[in-house]
Design a protein around this ligand. Structure first.
Ligand SMILES: [Zn+2]
Length: 248
């Protein structure tokens, strides 16, 4: 059988502004929302930036209608964990491509919000074991890493700078939640319930998945408890840390 997973190091929480960039509405709620609730409770400013509106996510619903439903669900889901700022970048759900155009729209978001920490989702090939990751997640996470560097270079996407956005090189790290390579964690014991409510706000999406009897609490609890054991607490969320400075 598997060896016991190694212990996690607590994340550095000495920062004030974070930008969360993920492919779809619901991505943050499947692993990071309880951590976000903890951070907003510490008076940190968090902005959500959705690369797509998840408009291709419900089989029985036309994408244009779906876009409205899912954007509204995401705004409510964010509000539950104390996040009022939710942006949608309008990129095409299901067919995101890693490349310069994707880096460009994410770099603009980084320049607009000037975060110290950027949170994204796991972009490894799997979630650990045999569960394959999804193409949009992989494209987004890789583009986030590069866009954070692009944002600091005034000569990259220079038309954003001439258009009034200042370069921003202040991102200290990118954190990818749920990565199978995670070596860090954050205690979500106190905010676990908010994370459950945040996932439950995606009602139309969850119903559309057609998973019989999906229970948000049970699902999140399984992950959070296993992660908590590695951090020495009841519940936790895991993150892979990518330092963005030099010489660290
Ligand atoms: Zn997703």
């Amino acid at each position: 059988m598997d060896e016991k997973p190694p212990p996690l190091t607590p994340l550095d929480e000495s920062w004030e502004r974070a930008l969360c960039v993920v492919a779809h509405p619901d991505d943050l709620e499947f692993g990071a929302a309880a951590a976000v609730a903890r951070w907003t409770g510490q008076e940190k400013a968090i902005t959500y930036c959705m690369v797509t509106s998840g408009e291709a996510g419900i089989d029985g619903m036309d994408p244009e209608q779906c876009r409205e439903v899912r954007e509204e669900e995401q705004r409510r889901s964010a509000a539950v964990v104390g996040v009022d700022a939710v942006e949608f970048l309008g990129q095409p759900d299901g067919v995101l491509e890693y490349g310069v155009p994707l880096r460009e729209v994410i770099a603009a978001a980084v320049r607009r919000h000037r975060p110290e920490i950027v949170v994204t989702g796991n972009f490894r090939d799997t979630w650990g074991g045999a569960n394959l990751n999804q193409a949009d997640h992989i494209a987004t996470g890789r583009a986030v890493l590069d866009a954070v560097r692009d944002a600091g270079n005034r000569w990259v996407f220079h038309d954003q700078v001439t258009g009034g956005l200042e370069p921003w090189g202040g991102v200290r790290a990118v954190w990818a939640f749920g990565s199978p390579e995670s070596a860090h964690g954050v205690d979500t014991t106190e905010t676990f319930d908010a994370g459950v409510l945040s996932l439950e706000a995606h009602r139309a999406y969850i119903d559309g998945l057609g998973w019989e009897d999906f229970d948000a609490r049970e699902f999140l609890e399984g992950m959070a408890r296993a992660t908590g054991q590695r951090l020495g607490v009841a519940f936790a969320a895991s993150f892979e840390v990518f330092p963005m400075g030099w010489g660290e």
